[in-house]
Structure formats: C-alpha cells, structure tokens
Design a protein around this ligand. Sequence first.
Ligand code: SF4
Ligand code: SF4
Length: 257
Amino acid sequence: MTGLITPVIDREFIAGFFHDRGIDLYAVVSASSLHAPAGRRPCDLLASAETMILFCMEMDKDLFSGTPTEISSKVRDFVTNLRNVEDDLASALKSGGFDATPVLSVILSDGTIKGDLSLPHCAADAGLGEIGDNRLLISYRHGCRIGLGAVVTSIGMEETPLPEPSGETCNHCKKCIRACPEHALSPGTLDLFRCRNVTGSVPGFLLPVMVPFMQSGIRIPFSNWLLDLLAKRKVNACADCLTSCPHFHQDPSDQGS
Ligand code: SF4
Ligand code: SF4
C-alpha cells in the first residue's frame, strides 16, 4: 500500500529541518514561558498554542550594500526566504496533525504598531540573545546580522536548553541612536511612527491621513487588515540602526563608543 508518510514531529525533526536549511540558531520554547502581555501571547495568535519555535536566519554581510534598487531586491529575497522557512515549518507541523501558524502580522495597539508577538523579546526569552538599544535582538552567535522567524504550534515539545549567555551584547555605544536619520531611537525606545520603514510602507498620498490616525490608536474597521497589508507592502527603506551597530559587522575592534 502506498501513501504519504506522516512525519514524526519531535526535536530531532526540528533539528533536521533547520540543518537542511543552513540555520544553526533556533529555539523550541513552551508558549507559556514567554513574557508577553495579554492580547499578544502565543495563545492569542493560536488558541491551541503549546510551543513556539523561533529561528535566526543569518544575513549576508553585503545585504545592505549596493544601489537602493539592488538592496531592495536583496532584502526582498532575504525576507521571502525567511517567510518560506516559516511556511515550510508550519506546513510540516500541520502535516503531522498539529495546528501551526507563522508569526507574521502586525496589530495596532495602544497607539502604536506592534507585531502580534514581539519576536526580539520572545527570542530573548528563549535565550537566543539580548535586545540592544536599537530594539533588535543581538544574538550570541551572529550578533544582530539576523532575521527572526517563528511558528506557533499546538504540539507540546521538549524545550531546547537555554544557552549560557555568551559573547558581547549591547554596550550602549549609541551608534544606532546617532545613525537614525529620523531620531526615532532613544535608549530603550523606538518611535515606530518616525521610522522610515513604517512611514515608507504607507503610500505617500495616504501619509498625512494614516500616520496621525494610527498614532491616535483609534480602531477603525479593517484597521488590522490594513496594517497587515502595509506590513506585507513594507520595503526596507532604512537599516541604519542595524548596520551602524558593531554587532552587525561583529568586529571586536569596533566595540567602543
Ligand atoms: S549600536 Fe551600540 S547602542 Fe546600538 S544596539 Fe549596537 S551596541 Fe547597542
Ligand atoms: S530603520 Fe532607520 S529610520 Fe527606522 S529606527 Fe532604524 S535608523 Fe531609524
């Protein structure tokens, strides 16, 4: 008798899945162990959530070099690859009989734009690194030259061991804060509505209406749908707070202020 073989989903499967895709930094964590506020917990994204699987995809060092068109194209390819890994993992989990959903969308909450889950904070909780003053995860292995992806799933799974914190993390050198052309960063905070990657995602003719409206925090019909659309449309107009960080280049001689 022939038929599709249902994969056995366990930690070994997950390790093989990431190994096959050249991803060497990931974590399997209990959904309930993540410090997310009500409304932004894994169970708010997937009612049956038991586990979150997070991974870091390393960026090429030259991802942000070239003409704006070349950079846009490379960033789009990188994000597509990352989304494909999330989708493949969610599909594999579903084919094993479990609920699974990639962490993708954004929501409007308390007058600001947030991910359904803050991946940098979840990844920090999972022991993959620490949040820097640029509000990005500085991973212990690849610095901040990473993209984060995640899938929430209903399967209960043994957690990956929390690694001992190692390597340099944010040294508060303020290079990212000084590099931001919109003054969107200050120590510990990011004003998303100043960030070019948010304002750049809104069509120019809508900017005068959209930004104050989103800042007001007022929920409008379809606002989540609209923000999802903007998130998908988002082009990386700026990466200065990322590329200015010594942990992007991982050059130990560049760690000073
Ligand atoms: S540039 Fe400096 S202050 Fe900003 S995240 Fe990197 S190490 Fe921290
Ligand atoms: S991406 Fe650019 S505009 Fe946005 S916070 Fe970073 S440096 Fe500022």
